[in-house]
Design a protein around this ligand. Structure first.
Ligand code: 5GP
Ligand code: SF4
Ligand code: MG
Length: 457
C-alpha cells in the first residue's frame, strides 16, 4: 500500500490526489483521501485507481489544509470497500483517521483479545486494531498512540489524523518506507520520495525506525515510541516494489537496481546477443548488466501500461490471465538472438515461464534468465503480497528444477552478499540494515504467531 499526508497546506486534497497518483504502483485496488478543515473531516474512498475513485466534485467537497490518503492492495483483509482506507472513527467527541502500509503480525491476537473485552470491529482490515487500542487508552492522544504501537509486532508505516494533529510513525525496524518533506509552509509525508517530485515538495528525511512524528499548530515534534533494535528495511522495496525514481534511506532505486544487474554479470556472466529487462521493475537492472558486459541492452519486452501489476490481482487465475494482457515480446528485436532476460524475482514461477515462452515464440534462440534477488523461499509477514510457502517455487524446487520449470536455457539468482552490496546502506548494521526474511528465513520480528496474517493492511 501507499500512504500520503499533508499538514499545513491549503490545497491538501489536490496535493493528495497527485501524491497518491505517484504512489499508485503500491496498490491499485482502492484509494481514499480524508481532509480536515478547521477540525471538520471530509473524506471519500472507493474501489479502483486514484483517477477512477475521485472526480472534480469529490475534490471540491474536501476542503482543508491537512489530509491523509491511501492506495491499497489487499492481502490481509478482503478486497472490498469497507476495507478501503483511510479508516475514519469517532474519537473522544472528535474524529480519528488512520492510513497504513504494511502488516501487523499479531493483529489477529490483539483483535480477539479486544473482542473478548467487548470491542466491535467494522472491517476485516488489521488497521482497525490500532484505532481500538488508541481509543481504549485513558492517556492523551500521543501517549495513547505510543502505547498502542508498543503492542504491535510487524512492519508498518502509519499516518493518523485527528481534528488538530497529524501523526506519522514507522515500525521499530523501519521495514516499510516513509519519508518527510516540505512544501511551502507545510509538511508532506509519503511512502516514497517520487510523490515529492510530483508535487514539487522538497525531501527532508526518512522517518526512522521506532519514531513517531507529531505535527500540530506548533510545528513538528520528533519523538520515539520504541528503541532502534535492528534496522531492517524491506529488501523487496529495493528489488521490486518501489519506483525507480524514489530514494529509500537516501539510496536511489534505479541506481541500486543497476548495481544488482552489474553484480549479476559479475557473478553469472553468460554471453549473448542482447540483454532485456522485464518491464518495469527490471529495466534498470538490465541496463546494469548491459553496461557491465558490453552486450547491448534492447527493448525485447514491452509492457502495456494500461493493465495493472499482475500480482495485485488477487486470484491465481486472474494473475495468469494478467500476464498475457500485460507483456509482449518484440519479435524484430529477439528473433534469432541469444537473449539474457533479467527479472527481479521468481515467486510462483508462472510469470517467468510465460515470459521465457513469449521470447521463444518470438524467435529467441536461447533465453538465459538472471534474477536480481536470491530464491524467494519464505513468505513475507510484513505487507508484501506472497502466496503460502507451498506455492513459492523456490521453497520446494532446486535451482535446476526451477530452470526446467520456467523453460530457460540457464538460470541464476543473485547471491545474498551480492544483493546486500548492490543496495548499500548502513555499514555497521546486520545485512547492512536490510530485511531479507523471504530469502534467508531470518525475520527481524517474532513471526510464529497463530494465524499470523501475511499481507498489507
Ligand atoms: P511469479 O514467479 O510469481 O509468477 O512472478 C514473479 C513476478 O511477480 C516478479 O517478477 C515480480 O515482477 C512480481 N512480484 C514481485 N514481487 C512480488 C511479490 O511480492 N509477490 C508476488 N506475488 N509477485 C511479486
Ligand atoms: Fe521485504 Fe522479504 Fe522482509 Fe517481507 S520478508 S519485508 S518481502 S525482505
Ligand atoms: Mg516482474
Amino acid at each position: 500500500c501507499g500512504v500520503f499526508g499533508v499538514f499545513g497546506h491549503p490545497d491538501a486534497a489536490t496535493l493528495s490526489y497527485y501524491g497518491l497518483h505517484a504512489l499508485q504502483h503500491r496498490g491499485e485496488e482502492s484509494a481514499g483521501i480524508c481532509t480536515s478543515d478547521n477540525g471538520v473531516f471530509h473524506y471519500h474512498r472507493g474501489m479502483g485507481l486514484v483517477k477512477e475513485v475521485f472526480d472534480r466534485d469529490h475534490m471540491e467537497s474536501m476542503p482543508g489544509d491537512r489530509s491523509i490518503g491511501h492506495v491499497r492492495y489487499s492481502t490481509a483483509g478482503e478486497s472490498k470497500l469497507a476495507n478501503a482506507q483511510p479508516l475514519v472513527f469517532k474519537y473522544r467527541g472528535g474524529d480519528l483517521a488512520v492510513a497504513t502500509n504494511g502488516n501487523i503480525v499479531n493483529a489477529p491476537q490483539i483483535r480477539r483479545d479486544l473482542e473478548s473485552k467487548g470491542s466491535i470491529f467494522q472491517t476485516t482490515s488489521d488497521t482497525e486494531v490500532i484505532a481500538h487500542l488508541i481509543a481504549r487508552s485513558p492517556k492523551e492522544l500521543v501517549e495513547a498512540v505510543k502505547d498502542a504501537f508498543a503492542q504491535l509486532v510487524g512492519g508498518f508505516a502509519f499516518l493518523i489524523m485527528t481534528n488538530d494533529r497529524l501523526l506519522a510513525a514507522s515500525d521499530p525496524h523501519g521495514l516499510r518506507p516513509l519519508v518527510l518533506g516540505r512544501l511551502g509552509e507545510g509538511y508532506i509525508l509519503a511512502s516514497e520520495t517520487c510523490a515529492f517530485e510530483t508535487i514539487g515538495a522538497s525531501y527532508l528525511r526518512d522517518v526512522q525506525p521506532g519514531e513517531i512524528l507529531v505535527l500540530d499548530k506548533d510545528g513538528l515534534h520528533e519523538e520515539r515510541y520504541a528503541p532502534l533494535e535492528r534496522r531492517a528495511v524491506c529488501a523487496m522495496e529495493y528489488i521490486y516494489f518501489a519506483r525507480p525514481d524514489s530514494d529509500i534511506n537516501g539510496i536511489n532505486l534505479h541506481a541500486s537496481r543497476k548495481r544488482m544487474g552489474q553484480q549479476l554479470a559479475v557473478e553469472a556472466f553468460v554471453d549473448a546477443d542482447i540483454v532485456t529487462g522485464v518491464p518495469d521493475s527490471s529495466i534498470s537492472a538490465a541496463i546494469g548488466y548491459a553496461e557491465q558486459t558490453g552486450i547491448s541492452y534492447e527493448l525485447g519486452l514491452i509492457k502495456n501500461k494500461y493493465t495493472g501489476r499482475t500480482f495485485i490481482q488477487p486470484s491465481q487465475e486472474l494473475r495468469e490471465k494478467g500476464v498475457k494482457m500485460k507483456l509482449s515480446a518484440v519479435r524484430k528485436v529477439v528473433e534469432g538472438k541469444r537473449v539474457v532476460m533479467i527479472d527481479d524475482s521468481i515467486v510462483r514461477g508462472t510469470t517467468s515461464r510465460r515470459i521465457v515462452n513469449l521470447l521463444r515464440e518470438a524467435g529467441a534462440l536461447e533465453v538465459h534468465v538472471r534474477i536480481t534477488s536470491p530464491p524467494f523461499a519464505n513468505p513475507c509477514f510484513y505487507g508484501i503480497d506472497t502466496p503460502d510457502r507451498r506455492d513459492l517455487i523456490a521453497s520446494s524446487k532446486t535451482i535446476e528444477e526451477i530452470r526446467e520449470a520456467i523453460n530457460a536455457d540457464s538460470l541464476y539468482f543473485l547471491s545474498k552478499p551480492g544483493l546486500i552490496e548492490s543496495i548499500g546502506g548502513h555499514e555497521d548494521a546486520l545485512n547492512r540494515g536490510l530485511c531479507l526474511g523471504c530469502f534467508d528465513n531470518d525475520y527481524p520480528t517474532q513471526v510464529d504467531f497463530e494465524d499470523a496474517k501475511i499481507g498489507c493492511g
